[in-house]
Design a protein around this ligand. Structure first.
Ligand code: SF4
Ligand code: SF4
Length: 368
């Protein structure tokens, strides 16, 4: 029973994780960190690395979410959602079609194209997918990344596999700190031990090789395979399986932690939505220039998925701008530039403006 649910969740997870960079919202990947421009594309919006408060809010939400899920559902991430578990389970499912005899070598064989797919998908999380496919065997850097990732992913999946969960995974170690007596775990019913058939079906099926009858183990990934295996034996005798989920999901800790996570998530969404569509930053360049002449460096960020044609101007009388004043911003892009400003009379302040496409942003800066 649990295996059917788990496979459904795993297939969905695989489709979502593989598909996110290829799902386009406002012309950009639904989720992708663009390395050259250091910006995170997030479901039709963009977060720039300079927006530290947003990165902080996103990190806080993420940490609270992890703590909430772990305290409430235990190792559900490991057994149901972790990409490594999903890949190994799907790999085993495909290989099991041919029967037991050639299963092991076939698993290693299937992992070769599977690792290549993982490698390409990982690159697409950092480089636009169209560019990745265009350059994967042309640009030496992308080719090298692809091959090295392919090899590392293959070696990890084929030779380390589930041992990674037991010995290396930092999340598994963190979980031990977050667990309490009510966290959902899979536990063997010791009170019925006398009626256990000692058939060891639960042990043979365990992907991490533990014996649930010996008690809780930190290596258990809560995959529920032992429950299904035991059920297939006990159902014939009209008994319930000996290992089963145990815990109390609804308790004060989950309410307040769930509330805090929801508040952090809503705050993050509001912070992203309330940002202006375009940001305009101006800094005076301190390099010496003749009197009456100043240079300003500016940066304009387009936070929206729309292309924008903007005009740089000044609302001050007696001011002449020297340099490019018509600026074209691609969706989710930034432009950096500088402009010379000449003033006919003496002044202390300068007012610069960008306008166009229904946007007017004024900035005041010093004029020396
Ligand atoms: S003990 Fe059961 S739930 Fe835990 S990893 Fe083994 S099979 Fe999965
Ligand atoms: S599969 Fe069930 S009945 Fe068989 S040894 Fe494990 S717990 Fe006992």
């Amino acid at each position: 029973m649990w295996r059917t649910y788990r496979r459904t969740v795993e297939i969905l997870q695989a489709v979502i994780v593989t598909g996110l960079p290829f799902l386009f919202i406002n012309g950009e990947s639904a989720f992708r960190f663009d390395i050259p421009t250091l910006k995170l594309h997030l479901f039709g919006s963009v977060l720039w690395m300079r927006e530290f408060y947003l990165i902080l809010a996103a990190s806080l939400f993420f940490l609270l979410f992890i703590a909430f899920v772990t305290i409430t559902l235990g190792r559900v991430w490991c057994g149901w959602f972790c990409p490594q578990t999903v890949l190994l389970d799907l790999n085993e499912s495909i290989a099991s079609i041919v029967g037991k005899k050639y299963r092991k070598p076939l698993q290693k064989l299937i992992l070769i194209p599977l690792s290549a797919l993982v490698s390409v998908t990982m690159i697409c999380y950092f480089v636009p997918p169209a560019e990745t496919f265009k350059t994967i065997f042309v640009a030496p850097t992308i080719t090298a990344f692809f091959l090295v990732l392919w090899l590392l992913v293959y070696l990890e999946l084929a030779f380390l596999g589930r041992n990674f969960c037991i010995s290396i995974c930092p999340y598994a170690m963190l979980q031990n700190l977050l667990f309490d007596k009510d966290t959902l775990v899979i536990e063997y019913d010791v009170s019925r031990d006398a009626t256990c058939m000692k058939c060891d079906a639960c042990v043979k099926v365990c992907p991490v090789g533990i014996d649930i009858k010996k008690g809780l183990s930190s290596a258990c990934i809560a995959c529920a395979e032992c429950i299904d295996a035991c059920r297939s034996m006990t159902a014939k005798r009209g008994m319930l399986p000996f290992p089963n989920y145990k815990g109390r999901m609804l308790r004060p800790k989950t309410y307040w932690l769930g509330g805090a996570t929801a508040i952090a998530g809503i705050a993050l969404i509001l912070l992203i939505w309330s940002r202006p569509a375009v940001d305009f930053l101006v800094i005076r360049d301190n390099a010496p220039l003749p009197p009456g002449l100043n240079r300003y460096a500016y940066t304009i960020h387009n936070n929206s998925g729309e292309k924008r044609a903007l005009e740089l101007s000044s609302s001050d009388n007696g001011v002449i701008l020297i340099g490019e004043q018509t600026l074209l911003l691609q969706p989710f892009s930034a432009i950096h530039g500088s402009i010379l400003v000449k003033s006919k009379g003496k002044r202390e302040h300068l007012h610069l403006r960008i306008s166009g496409n229904g946007i007017v942003i004024n900035r005041e800066t010093a004029f020396l």
